[in-house]
Design a protein around this ligand. Sequence first.
Ligand code: ATR
Length: 275
Amino acid sequence: MKKLYAVIGNPIAHSMSPLMHNDLFQHYGIDAHYQAFAIKEEDLAEAVKGFRAMNMSGFNVTVPHKVAIISLLDDVDPLARSIGAVNTVANENGRLIGYNTDGSGYVKALKSELQELKEKKVLIIGAGGAARAIYFTLAFEGVAHIDLTNRTPTKAERLVEECPYHAKSNILSLNEAEEQLAAYDIIIQTTSLGMSPNSECKVLSLHNLKESAFVSDIIYNPLETELLRQARDKGAKTQNGIQMFVQQGALAFEIWTNVKPDINRMTNKVLQQLG
Ligand code: ATR
């Protein structure tokens, strides 16, 4: 029988996950279909009940359900539990198990560009859900020095306190981060600032960036944010959010099917869709 997969969120109409996963199912000859469902917050529990009744094989979870989904699952992998958010659910013999592939997808994307991470001095901009998944995963992977800067520094302090994995971390205001930017090897932008249609926005200035730095922005629409453009002008290497999106999807696909999908194929599919 055809296996069913889904992504649930709200809004969900612009999700590129159905295109990406359906192409992979077809490419690898897997008899399965992946469907997007717009689910309101108050309907989440009912939706999960329906998925159980249908014996849905797996699903992705996106905004606003990544935290609320946890209490509806049978078990959650330790990294996802510590992050406090799940973006991938697998039906393992009738039990719904939650995973978080956002942070690990991000780290895979970073590793595809940089050989060595552990000794690098990292600065994360932002302290929301995405920053949390990335900070926890980097600390889990043994990256020793990860500073955070955020408009509201107390949120960054809380994030560091709540992380069960150890990293040396200073919290900086956005102004301090701008001044001390030359100290960092890797800068990771996780806020929504610069996302289309407000693509002229930039969370901080990179005038003190060192040329050998690597600057990564998790935004992929536009493909090059104002921040990345400035980094490139300074001679730095840059990475947009496409690889994080593709890698989180690839890890979910692997959890569901045990097949390591072709990253280039997935990237091309997504770029095609973005036009
Ligand atoms: P996500 O889950 O996508 O990470 P989020 O939890 O809403 O989204 O977090 C948004 C991040 O963008 C936060 O770090 C937020 O800063 P605050 O913690 O101070 O709210 C940051 N952010 C959003 N709008 C911003 C703005 N205008 N200037 C600076 N930072 C902003």
